[in-house]
Ligand binder design. Structure first.
Ligand code: NAP
Length: 331
């Protein structure tokens, strides 16, 4: 475990030279993304943040942005409205960013929820949580990679379940569309593994970019309540069991924010960023080198070697081909 004291010490070194000059947060309207934006702005470093979110969150997010300006005048925060569950919208949002920026230092992806209820699709025909937690995230990365490659220490952080992969995922029906394929548990397992195998593929193809798949542990953001249908058995289980457990055992908001800021900036992961004298992180290939890092809520790297070896053999190529098929019309 990287101690909280060490995390805070590392984050105290964030300054104009080491902070991401340009950062894009997708999912920063609530929860871990929002907390991490707050922590980044509170460093007082110069940074320009693109905060992407849906129309329904615009009003409260504009208030949040005003609050951020009172914390530090050196942070510029730009609101971009878009329906991020839609891939056509994701493309449009990326086009807006590409028009004004030539480099991006940090892409921080947190949109999503555990889909405990019935399968619900977007008008584009993909399950909503899968779009938020996987397809749209990958599409953001693919569109913004040319800008990330222009940065000195570019980084992509996807917050979901790094290190929690299972080998048994559905490679014949990656979108879990066939009757009987979808349920809340299978969806979680599927989306976590799809994130990891695709991020590893992207890391292999882009050796200068650092990729992190973070498992945040429990953070009391209300995320667990988002995905169940009202008055369903699952909504009662969430209300009576999961929610109280999360409230009791979750990391504090501040610690989660600082740990994600550390993951976004520290040289512990891949060697570039805020200098780090502690144990260097190992990537998903179990090497002390740049690549994909599966990082848990203690900021330990958890390569999950046996499962990943099996996913590499049986799933990585199939998932990558499927993803390209789904995304090609939005590239
Ligand atoms: N919190 C935890 O304990 C925990 C544990 C393990 C994994 N995770 C995963 O980690 C990620 C980040 O978690 P979090 O707690 O920060 O999540 P969160 O606060 O519940 O939400 C994150 C973002 O997702 C957006 N979102 C949710 N549903 C949406 C929809 N239908 N369309 C568009 N945007 C939508 C939210 O937008 P609005 O603000 O507009 O609602 C928000 O910006 C999520 O994928 C979550 O499932 C969380």
């Amino acid at each position: 475990m990287v101690s909280y004291k060490d995390i805070q010490a590392s984050n105290s070194l964030i300054n104009d030279a080491t902070a991401p000059r340009v950062a894009v947060f997708v999912g920063g309207t609530s929860g871990i993304g929002k907390l991490t934006i707050q922590a980044l702005v509170a460093t007082g470093a110069s940074t320009r943040i693109y905060l992407v979110g849906r129309k329904g969150s615009e009003e409260r997010t504009r208030t949040f942005i005003q609050e951020l300006h009172t914390i530090s005048a050196k942070a510029e925060v730009i609101w971009i409205e878009g329906e991020i569950a839609l891939l056509a919208e994701t493309k449009r949002i990326c086009d807006v960013i590409k028009k004004t920026e030539s480099r991006i230092d940090l892409l921080f992806l947190t949109a999503g929820y555990a889909p405990f209820g019935a399968r619900k699709e977007t008008v584009e025909g993909v399950e909503i949580a899968q779009s938020l937690e996987y397809y749209s995230r990958v599409l953001f990365i693919l569109h913004l990679l040319p800008l990330l490659r222009e940065a000195e220490a570019p980084r992509v952080v996807s917050v979901l379940g790094g290190g929690l992969e299972w080998a048994s995922i559905n490679v014949d029906d990656p979108g879990l569309k066939k009757p009987g394929s979808f349920n809340g548990m299978r969806a979680q397992v599927q989306y976590i593994a799809m994130n990891t195998v695709t991020l590893e593929q992207l890391a292999n193809d882009n050796p200068d970019v650092t990729f992190i798949h973070s498992w945040p542990g429990w953070v009391n953001t209300g995320n667990v309540r988002r995905g169940s249908d009202p008055n369903s058995i699952m909504s009662w289980v969430v209300w009576l069991v999961l929610d109280p457990l999360i409230r009791l055992f979750s990391l504090s908001d501040d610690e989660s924010a600082q740990r994600h800021l550390f993951q976004s900036t520290s040289a512990a992961f891949g060697g570039r960023g805020v200098s780090w004298n502690g144990k260097p992180g190992i990537n998903s290939l179990e090497k002390q080198a740049n690549g994909l890092f599966l990082v848990n809520y203690k900021c330990d790297c958890t390569p999950n070697a046996k499962t990943l070896s099996s996913l590499r053999k049986g799933a990585q190529e199939k998932i990558w081909n499927h993803t390209q098929e789904v995304l090609q019309q939005y590239l």
